[in-house]
Design a protein around this ligand. Sequence first.
Ligand code: AP5
Length: 213
Amino acid sequence: RLLLIGPPGGGKGTQAKFLVDHFSIPQISTGDMLRENVHNKTLLGKETQKFMKAGKLVPDSVILDMMKNRFSENDCAKGYILDGFPRTIPQAEGLDQLLSHMNQKLDCVVVMDVPDNLIITRLSSRRSCKGCGQVYNLIFEPPGVAGKCNECNEDLYLREDDNPVTIKQRLTVYHEQTAPVINYYSNQGIAKVIDANGSIDEIKTEVLTNIIP
Ligand code: AP5
C-alpha cells in the first residue's frame, strides 16, 4: 500500500503507472476520479468542478466519502497506489481511520521532490488523451504524431487547470496545505524522499530499486 505525494506536475501519475505494472495493483488518483465525475456530469462532478477549475482543494469531507467508497471495491484487496490523496492533515487523519477500520496500514510514502520552476514548464507542456487518458509531454515525452495518442489515436488536450495562473494557485495550495502532510508521515517513519528532478526513466529506476521496500 503505497502513497505518492508531491507538487502538481511532480510526476506522481507518471510513476504510478509503472508501479501499477510492476505490482499489479490499482492506481487510485483522486484527481482522475473527480475529472471523470465532471466529465460524466454527476452530482459529485457538478459540486467539485468549481474548486478544480480554480486550482483549490475540494472539501475534505467530499474526498473522504469518495475514498471510503473506493476502498470498498474488490480491486483494493491486494494493495493500491494512492496518487493525490491525502492532501491535507484532516485527510491524512481520515485515511488513518479508514485504514484502521480495514485493519491495514501504509507500507511506504514516496515524496516526489521537484522545484517549483520546473513545474510550470512540465504542466504547460502536458497533454492528455481524450480517449484512454494516457499522459504526454510536448517537451519531455512527445507523442509520435502531433496532437494524437500513440495508444488509441484519439486527440490530445490541455487540462483546464494547466494554465500558468491556475498552476501558480495549485502550487500555493500545495505548499500551504499538502506539504505539512509530508511531516505527518515522516513522524510515522514511513516517508522516503526522492529527488524527482531527473528523467522519467531515472526516477522509475530509483523508485523501484531504492525506495520501495
Ligand atoms: P490532480 O489531478 O491530483 O492534480 P495534481 O496533484 O495537481 O497533480 P497532476 O496530475 O497535475 O501531476 P502529477 O504529479 O500526476 O504529474 P504527471 O505525472 O502528470 O488534482 C487536480 C485537482 O483535483 C486539484 O487541484 C483539486 O482541485 C482536486 N483534487 C484532487 N485530489 C484532491 C484531494 N485529495 N483533495 C482535494 N482536492 C483534490 O506529470 C506532469 C507532466 O510532466 C506530464 O506531462 C509528464 O509527462 C511530465 N513528467 C513527469 N515526470 C517527468 C520527468 N521526470 N521529467 C520530465 N517530465 C516529466
